[in-house]
Design a protein around this ligand. Structure first.
Ligand SMILES: [Zn+2]
Length: 205
């Protein structure tokens, strides 16, 4: 079966969140594997698993105290089901992979950061808004992330994220001298922003 012939290097993409930097090392291999996987999709459809694509030309970006990267692939089934974001009603699944760097909030370094609200706006090349929404917190087999299924026609786009602080979701910080975190002034108050551009989306599943 085709599924069993997919080499180990390709299977590494499933563990992408374990080490964002590993992706850089694998990028050449990935490029080579792309040809193989596209033909696998064409001939085996569901049996080929999934192929993940990087979104935009920027790659990883430092946003506040976090390192972020965006990827997308075919829409997925999520529970509980929301009709607006159900697999049948959308075109792709989009994910923000993020890990904490050194920070004053005591979030563990190299780990996912909970309690964020991440809104997004997608624009076309003329700067006109095409769609918007929120990246929801969720877990896949390789761990937690923010993402969503969205509806989108083929085209070239930019996507801007607006990352609101955990305080807006009721997350507290110790601020006394005995047990407090370093960042005693608390979280950021204006959303952090990051934009990925030159995203050529072609639905290929
Ligand atoms: Zn997801």
């Amino acid at each position: 079966m085709l599924k069993n012939t997919i080499p180990e290097t390709h299977k590494c993409t499933v563990n992408r969140r374990r080490n964002l930097h590993m992706k850089k090392l694998l990028s050449l291999v990935m490029a080579a594997m792309m040809l193989f996987s596209l033909s696998a999709v064409a001939t085996a459809e569901d049996e080929a698993g999934f192929d993940e694509f990087e979104l935009g030309v920027e790659g990883e970006q430092e946003v506040g105290f976090m390192t972020m990267a965006m990827v997308y692939f075919q829409p997925v089934d999520m529970a509980p089901v929301d009709q607006a974001t159900a697999k049948e009603n959308t075109d792709l699944h989009i994910e923000v992979d993020l890990t904490a760097n050194e920070n004053g909030y005591a979030f563990p370094v190299d780990q996912w950061v909970p309690y964020l609200t991440i809104d997004f706006v997608i624009k076309d090349t003329e700067g006109k808004e095409v769609t918007s929404g929120s990246m929801m917190p969720m877990a896949a087999s390789d761990g937690p992330h923010y993402g969503n299924n969205i509806k989108l026609a083929d085209g070239e786009y930019s996507i801007t994220l607006y990352i609101k602080s955990p305080a807006e979701n009721g997350y507290l910080l110790h601020v006394d001298s005995e047990t407090g975190v370093d960042a005693k002034d608390g979280f950021w108050t204006e959303p952090l922003e990051a934009t990925w551009t030159g995203w050529k989306f072609v639905k290929q599943w």
